[in-house]
Design a protein around this ligand. Structure first.
Ligand code: SF4
Length: 355
């Protein structure tokens, strides 16, 4: 059963106005996006910086208003919510940001920060809050004694655990993780990702996992949606997208994953050129200015996101005719070093981490 259903969602920002205040230039950060997320599933949203991933996350959380389209959580259109219903949405949907330090108030102890949503949403009586805070800290692998300390006394990975404990406090159904591990060291990344996976198993969370790091996505996501200049260009099961990608942009992203074997690097075909300005996106298929397979039709017609030959949907006119690059299979392999780290931390991920 689907928890989230997004239909034709768009967001336009005004980039420049006339002296009379009328919009002169607009940026379409999210352009006619549709997808669904099943309850208990992890959908990863990947793409280069500036492709609209974070804007899409904020639209789903109703932190910004859509220009068009709808997003339904359990069948309820979130764009129409107000008052108590909107407050209830804030409880049901939580956001984990990239930078755990700026997500926490430096003047509040960890206990106060975690207790805040318990108080705001009136989840437990005041007398029971300290006990719940201790439970939440244990759930994310921290010691209950940490509740009396301040955020600056913790490492980056521990601070991210505190942010996750705070998000857990309101017992959400859906968690938007916006680059939750990109600011952390590789070893700490594995701990936090394993923690997110453990919590999903324990509490049945549904995740929208926003990331530009494909090697991380491979480990955590059930399905992957690839975004380019505000549009989803491919969506499908993680293994299908990584091993048999249908869109040239997905192929280029996967081919750009660093390989552990230096010999394989010679065959890598990283993406060339910069992403065009969203202020003046290319006509037709937005990717045609960087696509090695572009033809005249690509400059004129926007390809629809459709499934062809029974494969995952992709927005490419020539998805059935593209050859599979030789080096792609190698690039799609899981990095064995990361795999070892994940296995090691999976074994100890529920243990308390001392500062
Ligand atoms: Fe490339 Fe054309 Fe496909 Fe766009 S539609 S990805 S330009 S081949």
């Amino acid at each position: 059963m689907n928890l989230l259903k997004v239909e034709n969602l768009s967001k336009e920002f005004v980039a420049e106005r006339t002296i009379f205040g009328r919009p002169l230039k607009t940026v379409r950060a999210v352009d006619d996006v549709s997808f669904e997320i099943a309850r208990g599933e992890t959908l990863a949203l990947v793409g280069e910086s500036g492709c609209g991933k974070s804007t899409l996350g904020r639209l789903i959380m109703r932190l910004i208003e859509p220009s068009d389209g709808t997003a339904e959580l359990s069948g309820e259109d979130i764009s129409t919510l107000s008052g108590k219903a909107l407050l209830s949405l804030r409880k049901r949907v939580q956001l984990v940001f990239q930078d755990p330090f700026s997500s926490l108030n430096p003047r509040m102890t960890v206990g106060q920060a975690i207790a805040e949503p318990l108080m705001l949403h009136d989840i437990v009586p005041a007398a029971e809050r300290p006990a719940r805070v201790r439970e939440l800290l244990s759930a994310v692998g921290l010691s209950p004694q940490h509740m009396h300390r301040y955020p600056h006394e913790f490492s980056g990975g521990q601070r991210q655990r505190i942010v996750i404990a705070r998000a857990l406090a309101s017992q959400p159904e859906f968690v938007v993780c916006d680059e939750p591990v990109s600011a952390l060291d590789v070893s700490i990344r594995s701990q936090v990702l394993n923690l997110l996976a453990d919590l999903q198993k324990k509490f049945g969370f549904t995740y929208l996992f926003i990331s530009h790091d494909l090697s991380v996505v491979r480990h955590i996501a059930d399905r992957v949606a690839v975004m380019y200049l505000g549009r989803i260009v491919e969506i499908g099961d993680t293994e299908d997208v990584f091993v048999r990608p249908r869109h040239p942009y997905s192929r280029a992203l996967i081919a750009s994953i660093p390989q552990p074997d230096p010999a394989g690097r010679d065959n890598m075909r990283p993406l060339e050129g910069d992403m065009p300005s969203p202020l003046n996106p290319p006509s037709g298929c937005h990717f045609h200015t960087r696509c090695a397979f572009a033809q005249e039709l690509c400059k004129q017609d926007r390809p629809a996101l459709v499934s062809s030959s029974g494969r995952q949907p992709a927005a490419c006119h020539f998805q059935d005719e593209l050859p599979l690059p030789d080096d792609l299979a190698a690039a799609a392999q899981v990095d064995p070093r990361l795999e070892r780290l994940f296995a090691a931390f999976r074994a100890g991920s529920s243990k308390a981490i001392e500062p």
